[in-house]
Design a protein around this ligand. Structure first.
Ligand SMILES: [Zn+2]
Length: 386
């Protein structure tokens, strides 16, 4: 394998507290050596070993690539008109999903694949190196299976979300039978995770438990869309079932927070949704006080949040949810890795994947200090530029 030495790293975020006693584990004037797709050495530039190739990053900041652990990229069409209506004063409700379902069912495999490719490339240009992708705009056996087959071309982190909303023309009972039966059977080969949108207007607690348990019986791991639009049973259910993550958590009780902390289920916060639906943000200080592990993700989807930008979500989390800059970066990298139960990403250390972003800035602080500015100078996945 060819080894490459990266020098001239003004600030290196490792997420390894052994370096500086903080969660971000920051090294200054650092270097790292990539061997194949993994990191072989990391430390002060003055002590760096020789390598086959060398690259000087000119004093730029380097951080673990963002782990965007919650997206819905397999869809067709857009809902800009719905966004406009919302900004004009209408409230977001879960039913808009059906608009995208109709467009997605009508789209060819090629069109859906091209749209995912476009969005994944957009994400890479903004520093994302791992993306989770959900199905959930097909809602038929054929369309859920093909959505996941398409997602699988881009990531191992694929999630079966047949239980996104009950489609038109079937009763909720019939639909739960379909999701836990033939649809699950067809989707499972392409999915690592199973997810349910637990909300008024989507699925209730009993339906969600049935669907998540059916997924588990097929070897899928649970994660839950929980407590987005109102307080409800989603977070408690996620904790009860040992889900990797409860996502949204916009409306949580103190009891929910205690359950998250006790179970170790990650709370994945999605501030782009609150931004794009003009809704109140969760207050991260409550999560911190309760000892909950928090991840940040984009929730990139055509309805409630059509951003692919983790830097934008970081800026929102700091400004609107009360995160410190260090917490927000950790949650967007190491937090996302925990939400996907991955040890090889979300950090930079010997043996981890060489997935990192180089900023045209001296410090990660610029991600929020300079909101909306395209600061990512390069994204490396497995040591190679994307
Ligand atoms: Zn979502």
């Amino acid at each position: 394998m060819t080894t490459t030495l990266f020098t001239g790293i003004g600030e290196l975020v490792t997420n390894d507290p052994r370096h500086d006693g903080t969660a971000l584990g920051i090294l200054r004037d650092a270097a790292l050596v990539v061997d194949g797709t993994t990191i072989a050495w990391i430390g002060p530039a003055a002590q760096a070993p020789a390598a086959d190739l060398a690259r000087d990053l000119g004093g730029r900041a380097v951080l673990p690539g963002f782990v965007d652990s919650h997206t819905h990229l397999v869809f067709a069409g857009d809902r800009a008109g719905e966004f406009e209506a919302r900004m004009n004063g209408n409230r977001y409700e879960a039913g808009g999903i059906r608009t995208t379902v109709a467009a997605t069912r009508a789209a060819s495999d090629e069109a859906l694949t091209a749209n995912v490719a476009r969005l994944v490339s957009e994400m890479a240009r903004q520093g994302t190196t791992t993306v989770e992708i959900k199905s959930g705009y097909g809602l038929t056996t054929r369309d859920e299976a093909r959505s996941l087959a398409i997602a699988r071309q881009f990531t191992e982190e694929t999630t079966f979300l047949g239980a996104h909303v009950v489609p038109e023309g079937v009763t909720p009972e019939e639909y739960v039978d379909l999701v836990t039966g033939p649809m699950l059977e067809a989707a499972a080969p392409y999915a690592r995770w199973v997810d349910v949108f637990v909300e008024d207007g989507a699925f209730d607690e009993d339906q969600a438990r049935t669907i998540l348990n059916a997924g588990r019986a097929k070897g899928l791991l649970p994660r839950v869309h929980a407590n987005q639009l109102s307080e409800g049973p989603g977070v408690q259910l996620a904790c009860e079932l040992g889900a990797a993550s409860a996502d949204h958590c916009t409306h949580v009780t103190d009891r929910d927070l205690t359950a998250l902390a006790d179970s170790g289920t990650v709370a994945t916060l999605l501030p782009g949704v609150e931004f794009s639906t003009r809704s109140p943000y969760p207050d991260v200080r409550r999560f911190r006080k309760a000892g909950v592990t928090v991840a940040l993700a984009s929730d990139c989807n055509p309805g409630s949040c059509y951003t692919s930008s983790m830097p934008f979500c970081i800026a929102l989390a700091i400004r609107e949810m009360g995160m410190t800059p260090a917490e927000a970066l950790w949650s967007a990298t190491a937090g996302g890795a925990k939400a996907l139960r991955r040890e090889d990403i979300g950090r930079l250390g010997i043996g981890s994947r060489a997935d990192f972003a180089v900023l045209d800035a001296p410090s990660y602080l610029h991600l929020a200090y300079r909101p909306g500015v395209p600061l990512v100078a390069g994204t490396y996945v497995g040591g190679r530029t994307g």
